[in-house]
Design a protein around this ligand. Structure first.
Ligand code: SF4
Ligand code: SF4
Length: 304
């Protein structure tokens, strides 16, 4: 296979060396009575997306920071250290959401789980709002769903799994990762600050919300009251705003109005802070020198 799975969705082997399109057929059925029930979730490798987190944290009734701490493990999406997250498993590799009945959060299961046994092979923007997708097929020894008689097209399977809604919300983020990957080598390793911004806006939305509602953010960006009201209460609006802000910060794609003179003001403030820190360091250095001088004088008096 010449193309690789660019999103890690899902990336388990063995992946069949075929490229599937929406009208290609898939012979597969997963159901409660099948002999391999829960086998896939017993060794789960589930990469998660921003929209997955919105659904999961709501399902579990927790904020994003608690969800990240309790249910995810970090990994790197690329060689430049762009942060990715996977669902945490137990020591045997089983998903923490798996129970006897199957998936305890089924209605809000992540994108990767909805795609299985297909995966996203490649995505190409045809127009700004239209993407061309190609899929791969994962055929694992333990999965007996492929021996069932049900035949449907990839498009029908995606509809049945309600994956289209997930793709609609995640597409902007996939494009951002692809762009960050493709510009990466040209601009070198992203700064620590840009990686932190990516992590917060992509995954830790409740913390990102506090950042967006902070005085320093409001002093920098010119949003109206309705926009702030929706960012304060609507997770989807906040996620989409995060994508825009990242594009603005990383690639200079300006879509959020900055207040006139705000950046100059911030640079001035920053200069003042740096100057203040420098002064504090000089004073501390002088204090230590004075202490050392006194100590040396004291020890000289004792010797005489
Ligand atoms: S989230 Fe649900 S479907 Fe996905 S691996 Fe875990 S138990 Fe399985
Ligand atoms: S058929 Fe495949 S996807 Fe369904 S439970 Fe079995 S291993 Fe999992």
């Amino acid at each position: 296979m010449s193309e690789e799975n660019k999103f890690g969705l899902p990336n388990s082997s063995p992946v069949l060396p075929v490229r599937l399109e929406l009208d290609d057929t898939l012979k597969f059925r997963c159901h409660r009575g099948i002999s391999c029930w829960n086998e896939c979730c017993s060794h789960a490798d589930v990469t998660i997306t921003p929209y997955d987190i919105i659904r999961l944290k709501k399902n579990l009734g927790m904020d994003s920071s608690t969800f990240l701490k309790e249910h995810t493990v970090p990994f790197e999406l690329d060689a430049h250290g762009v942060p990715g997250l996977k669902l945490r498993t137990n020591e045997e590799g089983a998903c923490l959401f798996m129970n006897e009945e199957g998936c305890s959060i089924y209605a809000d299961r992540p994108t990767t789980c909805r795609y299985y046994p297909s995966g996203l092979l490649a995505m190409k923007s045809v127009t700004e709002s239209n993407d061309e997708r190609h899929f791969l097929l994962v055929k694992e020894e333990h999965c007996k769903g492929h021996n069932e008689d049900k035949i449907q097209t990839i498009a029908q399977y995606r509809k049945e799994q309600a994956v289209e809604e997930y793709d609609d919300y995640n597409d902007e983020w996939y494009r951002l990762i692809l762009k960050k990957k493709s510009t990466g080598p040209a601009i070198g390793k992203p700064s620590e600050m840009s990686l932190q911004m990516f992590f917060m806006a992509s995954y830790d939305m409740d913390r990102f919300r506090r950042f967006v509602m902070s005085d320093s953010f409001i002093k920098t960006y010119d949003l109206n009251d309705d926009e702030y009201a929706s960012l304060e209460t609507d997770d989807i609006a906040l996620m989409q705003f995060g994508f825009r802000l990242m594009k603005q910060v990383f690639f200079g794609e300006m879509s959020i109005k900055e207040r006139e003179g705000a950046w100059e003001e911030r640079i001035k403030e920053r200069k003042e802070i740096l100057e203040y820190r420098k002064q504090a360091e000089i004073i501390e250095h002088q204090r230590k020198q004075e202490e050392a001088r006194k100590a040396s004088l004291d020890s000289g008096k004792k010797d005489t």
